[in-house]
Design a protein around this ligand. Structure first.
Ligand SMILES: Cc1cc2nc3c(=O)[nH]c(=O)nc-3n(C[C@H](O)[C@H](O)[C@H](O)COP(=O)(O)O)c2cc1C
Length: 361
């Protein structure tokens, strides 16, 4: 297999394992530690609740980002098509998965371009990895032209640069050179014509890292915290199938590594940028809590992948239920819109509270 075929195979493995294997962080995100306060006398009609929100200059009908997941092989095209149709129908934002596969093999671009075909008006976010912005042992850094072509490929409204060093650490063939990534992100943020989102993928952001990312010129932070899909678990399973025992073990040991999503959201707010709460958002109630903590959007990956593999109706049902739950919680807190939800009091208990106290957030 050449390099591009390997990437294609890896992407297919990720999809299959994430959809069907036991790959969630065992610790959970800790949403049960965050409680909102019931309002017995809400002065708002449930049907009048406004879920709309502005994000990086775009108006969305609801604060949900279909998190970047896939592309680069045939099944990925179908998943992307189903999810893009949902983004278009509901006025949501959507990300694609890492576009490196198509930058190396142009015949795979159709697995990403389908997203703009199916969602001509939705906010779309292109995706490249920070490790690909520096020279790795087996691959040179992406050029400016390649970065720009990832954006052009889907006529993206923003570019996510993912930070996935936990995944790269566990992946047997992972790319572990990180020195120079910060400068490279600063450079990318300077020359691309769209806002750059710095995006963790399941290990979370600390307050200090969030503030450094702001200094680099990124315009939003997707915290990708611990609590949902664990890429240590996913890569550990791949390593097990390949018989690479040290990586398999590393995946088990680091399955819960990182900063839980609610803690990451509160930490990242200090940077003063819009924050996307991704990582273990599994209901409209989780979402309401994240939004009350200060997130501008919530991102959802694995549940929407599982639904997308079943088709349009399953995605429609998932999003419908999610919005019903979010709207209901907003009603029960007397929040007419997301600004009001954000201003609601909340109670933080348990492990999440300990994290916040000990980090002095
Ligand atoms: C199958 C799969 C593939 C993913 N691929 C990417 C990717 O290529 N780039 C990226 O930035 N994030 C990727 N992610 C990470 C998600 O965007 C998200 O941060 C993470 O899955 C946590 O969200 P969840 O708990 O709702 O799944 C992927 C997630 C899944 C499930």
């Amino acid at each position: 297999m050449d390099d591009a075929d390997l990437i294609e195979q890896r992407k297919a493995d990720h999809l299959r394992l994430s959809a069907s294997a036991d790959v969630e962080a065992l610790a959970g995100a800790g949403w049960q530690d965050v409680r909102l306060v019931h309002d017995a006398l809400p002065e708002v009609d449930q049907c009048a609740i406004d879920l709309s929100v502005a994000f990086l200059g775009k108006q969305l009908a609801a604060p949900l980002l279909i998190a970047g997941m896939t592309g680069g092989h045939r099944t990925a095209r179908e998943v992307n098509a189903v999810l893009a149709r949902a983004a278009e129908r509901h006025g949501l934002a959507m990300g694609v998965g890492s576009q490196r596969a198509a930058l190396r093999r142009h015949d795979l671009a159709y697995t990403y371009t389908v997203v703009r075909d199916q969602a001509p008006n939705a906010m779309l976010i292109a995706n490249i990895g920070a490790p690909q912005l520096v020279d790795q042992d087996d691959a040179p850094a992406l050029t400016r032209a390649e970065v720009q072509s990832a954006i052009d490929m889907i006529h993206a409204d923003a570019l996510a640069v993912h930070l996935n060093f936990l995944q790269e650490s566990v992946q047997p063939e992972g790319e572990r050179r990180a020195a120079g990534c910060a400068d490279a992100i600063r450079e990318v943020a300077g020359y691309v014509g769209v806002p750059v989102v710095a995006k963790e993928t399941g290990a979370g952001l600390s307050r200090a890292t969030a503030c450094r990312l702001r200094e680099l010129g990124v315009r939003a932070l997707d915290v990708g915290g611990v609590g949902g899909t664990s890429f240590a678990a996913v890569e550990g399973l791949r390593a097990a199938a390949q018989g690479v025992t040290p990586s398999e073990r590393l995946g088990e040991v680091l399955r819960d590594w990182g900063i839980p999503t609610p803690v990451s959201v509160i930490g990242a707010l200090a940077a003063g940028l819009p924050v996307v709460a991704t990582g273990g958002i599994r209901s409209g109630l989780d979402a309401a809590k994240a939004l009350a903590l200060g997130a501008t959007l919530v991102g959802v990956a694995r549940p929407l992948l599982q639904a997308a593999l079943q088709g349009d109706a399953a995605v429609e049902a998932w999003i419908g239920q999610f919005l019903l739950e979010l709207r209901t919680v907003m009603f029960l807190t007397g929040s007419a819109d997301l600004a009001a939800l954000r201003a609601q009091p909340r109670v933080v208990t348990g492990t999440t509270r300990q994290w916040l106290e000990q980090l002095k957030y």
